[in-house]
Design a protein around this ligand. Structure first.
Ligand code: FAD
Length: 303
């Protein structure tokens, strides 16, 4: 690793917020991934801006990480800078019926803050294990709800370090996509607009959705949630099951027996195992049903 670059980051953030050769299996819900050259934990927009400047000057590629719950990192890791916006960037404030939160706030924490303030509309997101930033980029959704329906505005930083606030109607939110994703913006903060509700009803909805997740999803194993996007007119999990792939395994990676839409890490799975399994699944589903499965999971590093 380059000592001059390490010094730049240490001077900017302090050594406790800079990690070198950081194993990415510690930062992904798949528990998979080799080392990242530089792993940074900024806590202000100013720090983020300066990191982007250093990356530009030193010609270093960078990647914004939330909770790594939709991510497969290569076994060789990532040659570049990981900028994680997580606990270090996760303040939550209730403002009337709105909630303002930093990109690193977990959706579960925001759902809990909404419940405590008797605000309804965010119950759907309580069980999605991502950060607000990741959820905005992906337009995360579940059980009939999606980020699109609750976002009021999003504050982003461009690659050039310019900060701007975009109102919801200009965010071009679609199925697992958004303007933020297309333009490669970095999400700093967002405001969620909810409605006054009844705390007991909110609790009951959240309990019901948690029970649904626990009974249907293989939460006892590391995974990245739904591996493939929902192809129009079909369900990925059902196609995979109908192709006879329930429990299909490559190395330590397996098509979950509980929910075929999930690829799970049965223990010591490598990124190569997951990737190989995904290719086999795509081929078999294409062959049998003529349907193309597109990955929902993001890939980082060399594959
Ligand atoms: C058990 C399980 C269940 C799941 N259930 C659901 C579900 O019901 N619905 C659903 O939609 N998803 C679900 N997911 C997938 C995942 O939780 C979501 O996609 C989530 O929004 C990803 O957030 P993250 O912070 O983990 O993002 P990461 O995985 O860290 O990153 C995902 C993408 O977002 C980008 N990103 C992250 N933060 C920022 C930021 N601040 N600015 C710019 N870009 C950023 C990354 O660069 C990357 O491209 C599930 C995952 C698991 C493991």
């Amino acid at each position: 690793m380059n000592q001059e670059i390490i010094k730049c980051f240490n001077d900017l953030l302090g050594e406790e917020k800079v990690r070198i050769s950081e194993p990415m299996n510690r930062h992904t819900t798949f528990r998979i991934g080799g080392p990242a050259d530089y792993f940074l934990l900024p806590s202000t927009a100013e720090e983020v801006k300066k990191i982007l400047e250093i990356c530009k000057e030193k010609e270093l590629p960078y990647f914004i990480l939330g909770n790594g719950s939709n991510l497969l990192v290569s076994d060789e890791g990532y040659c570049g800078v990981i900028i994680q916006l997580y606990r270090n960037y996760g303040g939550i404030t209730v403002e009337g019926t709105n909630i303002r939160a930093g990109a690193g706030a977990l959706l579960s924490q925001i759902a809990s803050a909404a419940k405590n303030a008797s605000l309804t509309g965010f119950e759907f997101a309580g069980g999605i294990p991502g950060t607000l930033g990741g959820a905005v980029v992906m337009n995360a959704g579940a059980y009939g709800g999606e980020m699109k329906n609750v976002l009021k505005e999003v504050t982003v930083m461009t690659e050039q370090g310019e900060i701007m606030t975009i109102p919801a109607e200009k965010l071009e939110m679609g199925y697992r996509t958004s303007l933020v994703k297309k333009a490669g913006y970095l999400v700093l903060e967002a405001v969620i607009s909810l409605k006054a509700g009844d705390v007991e009803e909110i609790k009951a909805i959240m309990k019901d959705l948690t029970e649904k997740r626990v009974s249907k999803q293989p939460l006892e194993y590391p995974s990245a949630g739904s591996t493939f996007k929902r192809p129009e007119g079909y369900f990925a999990g059902k196609l995979i099951m109908d192709a006879g792939l329930r429990g299909y395994q490559v190395g330590g990676a397996q098509v979950s027996e509980k929910h075929c839409g999930f690829v799970i890490n049965k223990g010591n799975a490598t990124a190569a195992d997951v990737c190989g399994l995904m290719k086999d699944v795509q081929e078999k589903v294409q062959e049998q049903f003529g349907v193309t499965l597109e990955p929902e999971v993001k890939f980082l590093g060399e594959f």
